[in-house]
Design a protein around this ligand. Sequence first.
Ligand SMILES: *[C@@H]1O[C@H](CO)[C@@H](O)[C@H](O)[C@H]1NC(C)=O
Ligand SMILES: *[C@@H]1O[C@H](CO)[C@@H](O)[C@H](O)[C@H]1NC(C)=O
Ligand SMILES: *[C@@H]1O[C@H](CO)[C@@H](O)[C@H](O)[C@H]1NC(C)=O
Ligand SMILES: *[C@@H]1O[C@H](CO)[C@@H](O)[C@H](O)[C@H]1NC(C)=O
Ligand SMILES: *[C@@H]1O[C@H](CO)[C@@H](O)[C@H](O)[C@H]1NC(C)=O
Ligand SMILES: *[C@@H]1O[C@H](CO)[C@@H](O)[C@H](O)[C@H]1NC(C)=O
Ligand SMILES: *[C@@H]1O[C@H](CO)[C@@H](O)[C@H](O)[C@H]1NC(C)=O
Ligand SMILES: *[C@@H]1O[C@H](CO)[C@@H](O)[C@H](O)[C@H]1NC(C)=O
Length: 297
Amino acid sequence: MFSSLYFIAFSACAALVSAGTNVTGFYPQIKGNLTMITWEHDSQPPFNDEWVMMLSENITSIKDKSGVITPVLNKNQKVTLENLLGSVELTNIYYNVSKGHGEGVKLQFTEVDAMSSSLPILQKHSKANYPMVIAADILEGTSKPTLDSSMFFKLLENSKDLADKVILSVGWTNNAKLRAYPDDGIKEMGKILKDKKDFNFNFPVRACAVAKTNSTFKQLLTNITGSTVTVFSMPNDTVNVDALRSFVLDIGVNRTFLDVPQDLRDKLRLDQKASGSFRTVSALGVIAWAALLLRLF
Ligand SMILES: *[C@@H]1O[C@H](CO)[C@@H](O)[C@H](O)[C@H]1NC(C)=O
Ligand SMILES: *[C@@H]1O[C@H](CO)[C@@H](O)[C@H](O)[C@H]1NC(C)=O
Ligand SMILES: *[C@@H]1O[C@H](CO)[C@@H](O)[C@H](O)[C@H]1NC(C)=O
Ligand SMILES: *[C@@H]1O[C@H](CO)[C@@H](O)[C@H](O)[C@H]1NC(C)=O
Ligand SMILES: *[C@@H]1O[C@H](CO)[C@@H](O)[C@H](O)[C@H]1NC(C)=O
Ligand SMILES: *[C@@H]1O[C@H](CO)[C@@H](O)[C@H](O)[C@H]1NC(C)=O
Ligand SMILES: *[C@@H]1O[C@H](CO)[C@@H](O)[C@H](O)[C@H]1NC(C)=O
Ligand SMILES: *[C@@H]1O[C@H](CO)[C@@H](O)[C@H](O)[C@H]1NC(C)=O
């Protein structure tokens, strides 16, 4: 039963042009509004939650006695990347019939071994018709990256044919205390990606740092054609909701994925007008900062 479904999965997908990078085409119900995409983290197969549109998984690797490296879920190392993708493909066949849409995957990497052993598997599965994102924090934000930009792109050199099939989500290391993405780090990203035009890029931005992430970031989005943003947040982060709303609406809901806890999503009210443009956000930031200083002294 399983293997015959598996066979159908592969024959069905082989005939399709990859939608690995065309997210708006894969989810027609969002009508181009990327903030409507729903995310689930660290879940394990089988994938039965019909509300989920993107699965986000941390990938690590295990090494057997003979030295063979296998990529697995960090959450449950018994589940291999192959298992994960196979399950997604089965789910997509079922969903396509019953719901008219499927799900995609975002794979988060922090280790060289995990990423290098994953790439051939992704290549094998990349003909399948669902969004696939390779994510890593490749530049320094709050700490040295464990998988830095030069290693990240070196690994991808042997996987050039993934270029039009995956989205590369490249970011800066971060934590809950991060309050701004520094200009020089954003410019460095721009320099590194300038000659990598074959790939589609996405930039993750932590919501707690958005209020003071300024015009240089917008330059990056302009410079890297077709790039998108993912606003993400962790449960206890302190977020300036008004600044976040302005940020998302300024960049555009057709260019911004929103992967944040439900309570923050509820507060955001993207249907309301932005309280200001990027410029006003910076001005508000200055006022808030001044108010804070006044309180301190
Ligand atoms: C993505 O898919 C949609 C719907 O199928 C299509 O209209 C659009 O042209 C595609 N975009 C790209 C860049 O291929
Ligand atoms: C996955 O990575 C995120 C970000 O580093 C972390 O918050 C989360 O706890 C990780 N989950 C697992 C299962 O490793
Ligand atoms: C979903 O079904 C439609 C119509 O039957 C088909 O054209 C499309 O290729 C299918 N998509 C996937 C991912 O199987
Ligand atoms: C943007 O923020 C950085 C701090 O991260 C600051 O050094 C820079 O001057 C700011 N630029 C503008 C145009 O506000
Ligand atoms: C964007 O491109 C311009 C012109 O090449 C360059 O001066 C600027 O530093 C770039 N900015 C970023 C953030 O990539
Ligand atoms: C968030 O804060 C609460 C209360 O301080 C704590 O119990 C919880 O473990 C924290 N959650 C995370 C993910 O840090
Ligand atoms: C997003 O929408 C804006 C305005 O509605 C439009 O100018 C822009 O081309 C769109 N961008 C994408 C990536 O669809
Ligand atoms: C986009 O989706 C959000 C929900 O994520 C909604 O609040 C907003 O009104 C939508 N905007 C547009 C222009 O469709």
